[in-house]
Design a binder for this molecule. Sequence first.
Ligand SMILES: NC(=O)c1ccc[n+]([C@@H]2O[C@H](COP(=O)([O-])OP(=O)(O)OC[C@H]3O[C@@H](n4cnc5c(N)ncnc54)[C@H](OP(=O)(O)O)[C@@H]3O)[C@@H](O)[C@H]2O)c1
Length: 265
Amino acid sequence: MVHTILVTGSNGQLGKSLCALAEKDQKNQWVFCSRQDLDITNRENIEQIFVEHQPTHCINCAAFTNVRLAEKELDNARRINVDGVDNLIEACNNFDTTLVHLSTDYVFDGEKSSPYTEDDEVNPLNVYGKTKAAGEALVAQRAKKGYIVRSSWVYAEKHGQNFYRSILAKAKTGKQLEVINDQTGTPTSTSELAHYLLRLIGQSPSYGIYHFAGDKIQTWFSFAKDILAVHGLGVEVMPVATAKDELRRPLYSPLISIKPLNNEL
Ligand SMILES: NC(=O)c1ccc[n+]([C@@H]2O[C@H](COP(=O)([O-])OP(=O)(O)OC[C@H]3O[C@@H](n4cnc5c(N)ncnc54)[C@H](OP(=O)(O)O)[C@@H]3O)[C@@H](O)[C@H]2O)c1
């Protein structure tokens, strides 16, 4: 069956990886909308795009993702991560579209000592996590056809601003690196996450929450060492503790799925 998949926030890390995947996908039609094409806080703009393209699926990659800035720009973060999601739910319900909404490990408090599953309770610590949890709750309550896909420590190797690329850039200066060793998560490649989203759409399991993350539990420090090893860079890396400031983060937030999909597209 041919799906028409609309991607919001297509200029972001995940949006660009979905774009690369779509170029090789012979089965589905794709519509990519950057913030300039479709602002999820603008209901008329959404309506116009849905009328034009009649999407069967909408993958929502649009989000306010700057964790530190969200503390200062609460209203803006809420407008995008909560109200914007509400607008998309409305359109998806009106057009019988399946919503695939991206969320984050930051909805958890990090107090667990084993990876978080889809069944664990959320308890966000900061503004970003709280707005993402509120967006999730709307999808769970209101979307007629809704998936919430949580991922963690997302990075694209080839584009965007992320940990992977900033470690490589800093390493190329040849200076010693200091990397945090007291936060633990599951780094996830956007390219693998993009493939997962396409599998989810193809396999259409029951609606609800799904976790997809890399299978290696790491600190930023161990992840940095892996990145340098893959690129054959022999730069020295020093483990350091998270700086003490007002921003609260989950110190332990690996994700695991108890609802795995099969590997077929
Ligand atoms: N990055 C991570 O480590 C991580 C981890 C777990 C989950 N996630 C989730 O995964 C999803 C994708 O993340 P990402 O890393 O690809 O984020 P990203 O690179 O920050 O991309 C987000 C995109 O959303 C756009 N956007 C912001 N406000 C918008 C609006 N009102 N209307 C339409 N587009 C808007 C941004 O455009 P501008 O650049 O023009 O603002 C940007 O292109 C998000 O839901 C995020 O919460 C991310």
